[in-house]
Design a protein around this ligand. Structure first.
Ligand SMILES: [Zn+2]
Length: 458
């Protein structure tokens, strides 16, 4: 079936859900999510050989706790002083030493961590919290993007990608394809299970982002068969095989295109312009002070070798009158572009940067230490650590989205960095009952009685 036969989603600006202040939802509280993760970790098969006096769930939860507390390194995590809190707050029965933790996690298949992401997203759905991220008419925006988080000329494992240089040296790298539900009006993003870009079993060939995208989309659809998705990506993704994969998995798309890489599309837009088939739309956006001009045309072929694959092309020029500067963007989409939808489609395409900025840059620069080597291992450790860090980020993002207590602490302290610092300082210094206890102590002080936040057990 040609893509042009796909039923286009009709947009209305009224269809965009307004952001409303959420109540505390008991099952989405940070402590409830820790419980959910512990249960999920307990379901992971233990393939370790030999004597193991530390349970696998304890090893997984200990690594998670370090990322949740944003410890700059494993060594910086003072185990003796924090043992009681690790037991009470994170439910770890026996806290492993760093070596035991690394040895326990190295054989864990990264794929075994997938259900954890699914459980948290399901909890968000049950609490009607995911609905706050609906982009338009029941559809969510899903941003995909690749990132690297490890490179070394010495340290390597069985999963590393390798580049052999002419001078005989080798660079070993780890990359992953990240996926996150995003919304143009929300800073919080909901990361889904990332797809590691690693050396694949049974082959010595390096993996690539395109193969990883195919795996990610197939598995994501299996995890969430009914989630209505509009995928937004950069121009590297605007190729026929990828669009066919999205189509086969019932996903819509808004993908970047560049004149240099997609000349065929732009030639057809120019021809349509000559034939009077393009539509222009000008408007001022009072909320941003920006002036927009859009040009769009439907049903153009993506490239010469796939003329049956038809896309709608949308270009946007935006002018910031205060700064006297402009920008240009261009996308292809399977969604219907008309004067009623064009502005919202542009916002969807532009929101893609949230996976770079609010996800990867936050992980790298806002206290998570994404690029720090916490231990590489021989098999999967590096990948398992990266995924557990993404899981810690997911739990934090749920708090940012849904928890008025977390939001109040964040607002009071002014920055995430300061919030993580204060959080660690308290965790190291005082006996705490739960993460809620810690947040309340940050907000009201340890001695003062804390008002109870209205909770909703939906
Ligand atoms: Zn490696």
């Amino acid at each position: 079936m040609p893509l042009s036969a796909l039923p286009s989603t009709r947009f209305s600006l009224e269809g965009v859900l307004a952001m409303s202040a959420p109540q505390v939802r008991t099952h989405l509280s940070v402590d409830a999510l820790f419980d959910l993760l512990r249960t999920g970790f307990a379901a992971i098969a233990d393939h370790r050989s030999g004597d193991t006096d530390i349970s696998l769930p304890d090893a997984l939860m200990s690594a998670f706790a370090r990322f949740s507390l944003k410890s700059p390194s494993l060594l910086a995590f003072d185990q003796e002083r924090t043992e009681g809190n690790l037991q009470r707050v994170y439910g770890i029965e026996r806290v492993p030493c760093d070596t035991a933790m690394r040895e326990s996690l190295d054989p864990v298949e990264p794929e075994a961590l997938r259900p954890l992401f699914k459980h948290v997203v399901r909890a968000l759905q049950r609490g009607k919290a995911l609905e706050e991220c609906v982009f338009v008419e029941g559809h969510y925006l899903l941003a995909l993007d690749g990132t690297g988080y490890f490179a070394s000329q010495q340290i390597h494992c069985a999963s590393c990608l390798d580049t052999h240089h002419r001078n005989g040296t080798i660079t070993y790298r780890h990359q992953m394809l990240g996926a996150a539900l995003i919304h143009p009006d929300q800073r919080a993003v909901i990361p889904l299970m990332p797809e590691p870009i690693i050396t694949q079993d049974g082959t010595d060939k390096n993996d690539c982002e395109r193969n990883a995208a195919k795996r990610l989309i197939t598995k994501l659809r299996r995890d969430h068969p009914h989630l209505q998705l509009i995928v937004t990506e950069d121009s590297l993704s605007s190729n026929a095989p990828h669009i066919q994969t999205l189509h086969a998995h019932h996903m819509h798309y808004i993908l970047g295109v560049k004149e240099g890489d997609h000349a065929y599309v732009f030639e057809h837009v120019a021809a349509a312009e000559q034939a009077g088939r393009v539509t222009y739309d000008d408007r001022d956006a009072p909320e941003t002070g920006l002036r927009h001009r859009f040009r769009f045309v439907s049903d153009v072929p993506l490239n010469a070798s796939n003329v049956a694959l038809r896309v709608n092309c949308l270009e946007g020029w935006e002018w910031d009158q205060a700064k006297d500067q402009g920008q240009y963007f261009s996308w292809v989409t399977d969604l219907r572009v008309n004067k009623g939808t064009v502005y919202q489609l542009m916002r969807g395409g532009r929101a893609r940067w949230r996976i770079e900025n609010e996800t990867f840059n936050t992980l790298k620069n806002q206290g998570y230490h994404f690029e720090h080597n916490f231990g590489h291992g021989y098999q999967h450790l590096s990948v398992v650590f990266a995924i557990l860090m993404m899981l810690a980020f997911l739990v934090d993002q749920v708090q940012q989205l849904c928890c008025p207590l977390f939001q109040a602490v964040w607002a009071q302290l002014g920055s995430k960095r300061r919030l993580w610092e204060k959080m660690r300082a308290l965790f190291y210094a005082y006996a705490l009952e739960s993460m809620q206890h810690l947040f309340e102590a940050l907000l009201y002080g340890l001695k003062k009685s804390a008002p109870i936040f209205a909770s909703d057990s939906s």
